[in-house]
Design a binder for this molecule. Structure first.
Ligand code: OMD
Ligand code: FE2
Length: 452
């Protein structure tokens, strides 16, 4: 049990906030326990007749009670007030450009699509106001599919709180660091790291060092978990010990505040009288976490050929069909390319899965001809052809095949079993690259039947 939790008082000016250190516990899916006040966690039982310090006990269930042990997720929260007390008169609020599947706003274009980085607005925009949905897939009401969003943030949320009942949230920062104040404690993330906030966990999002942009995967389906390693064995890829879950930290702050809830694709908002981040202690395996993608240990072909990108899966949201992910979160990090007599970048292909990609920094080895830049995004949808651009093909076809280190590069993919629908916003955005669909036409014919 880690008792070094930050004490978050009622004061919240910037300097106090930034002086507070986030503290973490290591492991993935552990039965964690943590308390911000000594003795706040009941010993040996979940629901004592009276909790220490006058706290209320509340269970948060991320899975059905009856889910098998491997997927059963719940935590016990010991809080100043139960969540029912943080409930107000909810009214429908403006959800801005956040969309939820099914969102058949426009006909699905059968073309590869790519976007420039969405510009960070000059005006004050909080996390909630700054989510722009590019694609949606599946159906949130059936707990299947996902939303792929970009967030743009220029102001911290102040006395505002949010939880997403429609899915868990995977943050992939691309520019600027965030402090995620959660019911379970504080998570700081920067570009190169990710954070996962489970469905139903209340948060407040603060900027740490200026405006921020990043990607957000809203997972309506099975909770993200680590992929099986199969014959790879017990090590490499993402290692359990590198996942960090925050120690308990609470706010005892009684000021008029707003609670926003995204439920069924609608944003509901209410005024409440205090901070709902009032969990003094908690235990369980349903909790937010962060992970540094630079700790990922990639495994790949050490003699010849290019392996399927599934070899780079960090987290997977399984569906009921084995091997058919609701979402795979896959990264393309720094690594050595050593394969002999091999076209080393990704091959040309068509895929039953749909592929949304983003770039945190550097250059992606399939797109060296420009256009896929940090902060931008692309969509190669179900059964649509795609592959390296002309520059990547020509270079990789002729380069001397010495061991080559791909450096300072971090692309990623949200890959789903469901086709992804493009939002009206994404289809009409100035950031949509009008000429991307034609990149395949630039490939030249090399065929010469007289030259085997
Ligand atoms: O299309 C892409 O760029 C993603 C991708 C990468 C890779 O190494 C193999 C297949 C694949 O879809
Ligand atoms: Fe692909």
């Amino acid at each position: 049990m880690n008792l070094q939790s930050p004490k978050t008082g009622s004061d919240r000016d910037g300097s106090v906030a930034s002086a507070i250190q986030a503290g973490y516990m290591s492991g993935f899916g552990n039965g964690f326990e943590t308390e911000a006040l000594p003795g706040a966690l009941p010993l040996g039982r979940n629901s004592p007749q009276r909790c220490a310090y006058g706290l209320y006990a509340e269970q948060l269930s991320g899975s059905p009670f009856t889910a098998p042990r491997t997927t059963n997720e719940r935590s016990w929260l010991y809080r100043i007030r139960p969540t029912v007390s943080h409930w107000g008169e909810f009214a429908k609020a403006d959800i801005g450009l956040w969309r939820t599947a099914p969102a058949p706003e426009i006909d699905l274009p059968i073309a590869p699509l790519r976007w420039d980085p969405l510009p960070i607005p000059a005006e004050p925009v909080s996390f909630l106001e700054g989510v722009r949905t590019l694609t949606t897939a599946g159906d949130a009401t059936t707990h299947a599919g996902m939303g792929a969003h970009v967030y743009l943030i220029t102001r911290s949320m102040v006395d505002e709180y949010f939880y997403d009942a429609d899915g868990e949230l995977l943050f992939v920062p691309q520019q600027g660091s965030l402090r995620l104040w959660t019911e379970f404690g504080i998570i700081d993330i920067e570009p190169g790291e990710i954070a996962v906030i489970p469905r139903g966990v209340k948060i407040r999002v603060e900027l740490k060092d200026g405006p921020a942009r990043g990607y957000l995967c809203e997972n309506y389906g099975g909770a993200f978990t680590l992929p099986e390693r199969g014959p790879i064995g017990a090590n490499c890829l993402a290692n359990q010990r590198d996942f960090l879950t925050p120690v308990a930290a609470y706010e005892d702050r009684e000021v008029p505040s707003r609670l926003h809830v995204k439920w069924g694709g609608i944003l509901w908002s209410a005024t409440i009288n205090q901070s709902p981040l009032d969990v003094v202690a908690w235990h369980g395996n349903y909790a937010p976490y962060k992970y540094d993608l630079r700790r990922y240990s990639p495994v790949g072909p050490v003699l010849y050929d290019h392996a399927d990108p599934s070899i780079f899966t960090v987290l997977t949201s399984p569906s009921e069909t084995p091997g058919t992910a609701n979402i795979d979160f896959v990264i393309f990090p720094d690594r050595w390319l050593v394969a002999e007599n091999t076209f080393r970048p990704p091959w040309y292909h068509m895929n039953v899965m749909s592929e949304f990609m983003g770039l945190v920094y550097g250059q992606y080895d399939a797109k060296t001809g420009g256009g896929f830049v940090p902060g931008g995004a692309s969509l190669h949808n179900m059964m649509l052809p795609h592959g390296p651009d002309l520059d990547a093909f020509e270079t990789a076809s002729h380069i001397e095949l010495k061991p080559h280190r791909l450096e300072h590069t971090l692309a990623f993919m949200f890959e789903s079993r469901f086709p992804q629908r493009v939002t009206a916003y994404a289809a009409s955005s100035d950031a949509l690259q009008k000429d991307y669909g034609g990149y395949g036409h630039k490939m030249t014919k090399h065929f010469d039947p007289s030259r085997p």
